[in-house]
Design a protein around this ligand. Structure first.
Ligand code: SAH
Ligand code: SF4
Ligand code: F3S
Length: 484
């Protein structure tokens, strides 16, 4: 039986980057009997915060728990073991988690045997773990992003010993292949192509919580996608913090363009990828995207700011001119491409004029969608040492101005789809209206539609009848044809 020692996180150690080659572990996932049977007659509830990397990690956590015979429940009150897989990207993300942990006290009082486990990026922060240990007795188990494979032993320890169990590695370890996975979707799958990030943008905590960049081998990724195809999956989204740098740590040149081409050749119907970094985006990538119709014409290309001085102090490694060049090239080669981005307002020292440059860039790129954020200082990052000197009120005003512009362009862009037909992968019934289906078009537009004989998981043609700011309404094509 594998032993467990209390290990607390250390962000200084997490910053270290070595040249060591990453070891890939491929052992078959196997557990001792008593650990494997821990979940017999027991239930778990899992809540995920943050990005797709965390979603995918949660699928592994769920997979491991199911191997251990735990049964999933959708309500925290029905659970014997509760998991929060957390995100540390901004302070408000963390505050939300702390608030929700606070509410667990009540559940614990009702069920003293309830085990509460916290994992993910917050677990990698020493200040968070210290606060949890000092002020939140309801937390039983803390593990991080690098040791999910250790979950069975950690949970066993927490349940059997009834002692607080904390094991967080600060340095990334091996890539562990063959971990169990319980995917949340039946037709769309997340596929990790790499872990970690070496970009160290000055505001960002991810390189500390996720460790150094480690690419999976191309053959392992392709094998996973072939398997997904056999299982009937229609869409894969290739995941990494900076997918365009895929393979650099394996000594590959243009690794992502090569990988993407091989993935396209598997003929899986739809391929998406996230997140692209403008700095590593090579022109070959544009050609591969253009060449294969199963690579979807939509790109998330975070810009963060439209001002070169701010980009420089953010450590982004590109200029506004480079970004626009890339944007122009993509638009020219793939005319139906749609763009989304991430933008931060109120970075230290950002002047009003510099913010106006960001608005001007939005006018240039006319994004279909943007995730916009107020800068939030993060522990141990270089930006946290700069004076956070833009007044809160000013930050909120900038965010509001930016959001108004983003909504304007989203709406404007959507107009061009009116009376057009889009190919939509059916996700299921809409959350709001149980007679309406919803899904995403190739361009990544959310489409709500009606129609007869609609099958979830199929790609259907939808005729667009109405435009909303962030979605489109329509009718399945056959039905319109019959009517006309
Ligand atoms: N790897 C991706 C994104 C990771 S985090 C990339 O490089 O684009 C997602 C987004 O959160 C970032 O693009 C950024 O816009 C935002 N973000 C990251 N750190 C932040 C911080 N300290 N304050 C505010 N927003 C932040
Ligand atoms: Fe963070 Fe920059 Fe890495 Fe993205 S590329 S995860 S913003 S450090
Ligand atoms: Fe959050 Fe960690 Fe993702 S900080 S955004 S969950 S990599």
């Amino acid at each position: 039986m594998e032993k467990f020692n209390n290990i607390l996180p250390d962000l200084k150690k997490a910053k270290i980057r070595t040249k060591d080659q990453t070891i890939i572990k491929r052992e078959i996932f196997d557990l001792p009997e008593q650990v494997k049977n821990l979940g017999v007659g027991r239930t778990y509830f899992l809540r995920t915060y943050g990005c797709q990397a965390n979603e995918r990690d949660s699928e592994t956590i769920a997979g491991i728990l199911e191997v251990m015979s735990f049964t999933k429940v959708d309500n925290e009150e029905d659970a014997d073991v509760l998991f929060f897989n957390t995100c540390a990207i901004r302070k408000n993300a963390e505050d939300k988690v702390f608030g929700e942990i606070g509410m667990l006290k009540k559940l614990k009082r009702k069920n003293p045997d309830l085990i509460f486990a916290l994992s993910g990026c917050m677990a990698q922060e020493e200040s968070v773990v210290n606060t949890l240990l000092a002020k939140y007795p309801q937390v039983d188990l803390i593990f991080g992003t690098h040791n999910i494979h250790r979950l069975p032993y950690l949970l066993y320890n927490a349940m059997m010993s009834k002692e607080k169990t904390v094991e967080v590695y600060s340095e990334e370890g091996e890539i562990v292949e063959n971990l169990p996975v319980s995917r949340f979707g039946k037709y769309k799958a997340w596929v990790n192509i790499m872990y970690g990030c070496d970009k160290f943008c000055t505001y960002c905590i991810v390189p500390y919580t996720r460790g150094k960049q480690r690419s999976r081998l191309m053959e392992d990724i392709l094998e996973e996608i072939e398997e997904l195809k056999r299982e009937g999956y229609q869409e894969v989204c290739l995941l990494g913090q900076n997918v365009n740098a895929y393979g650099k740590d394996l000594g590959m040149e243009d690794g992502f363009a090569k990988l993407l081409e091989e993935v396209a050749k598997t003929n899986i119907p739809r391929i998406r990828f996230s997140t692209s970094h403008p700095r590593d985006f090579c022109e070959n990538m544009v050609h591969v995207m253009k060449k294969y119709t199963n690579i979807m014409p939509s790109l998330h290309l975070p810009v963060q700011s439209g001002n070169n001085d701010i980009l420089k102090i953010m450590g982004r490694g590109y200029t506004v001119e480079h970004y626009k060049h890339l944007y122009d090239l993509l638009k020219q080669e793939i005319p139906n491409i749609t763009f989304s981005t991430d933008i931060i307002v109120g970075f230290p020292n950002e002047t009003h004029e510099q913010f106006l440059d960001t608005l001007a860039l939005v006018d240039y790129c006319k994004y279909d969608l943007a995730y916009t954020f107020i800068y939030s200082p993060r522990e141990s990052t270089p930006a946290a040492k700069m004076v956070d000197n833009v007044p809160e009120e000013e930050k909120s005003k900038r965010l509001q101005m930016l959001n108004e512009k983003i909504t304007y362009y989203s709406n404007l862009n959507n107009q061009k789809y009116l009376h057009k037909t889009l190919k939509v992968l059916v996700d299921g019934l809409s959350k709001k209206n149980k007679e309406v289906y919803s899904g995403y078009s190739e361009e990544n537009k959310l489409v709500n539609f009606t129609g007869k004989n609609v099958e979830v998981g199929k790609i259907v043609e939808v005729y667009i009848t109405e435009i909303k700011s962030y979605s489109l309404n329509g009718i399945v094509k056959e039905e319109t044809d019959e009517q006309s």
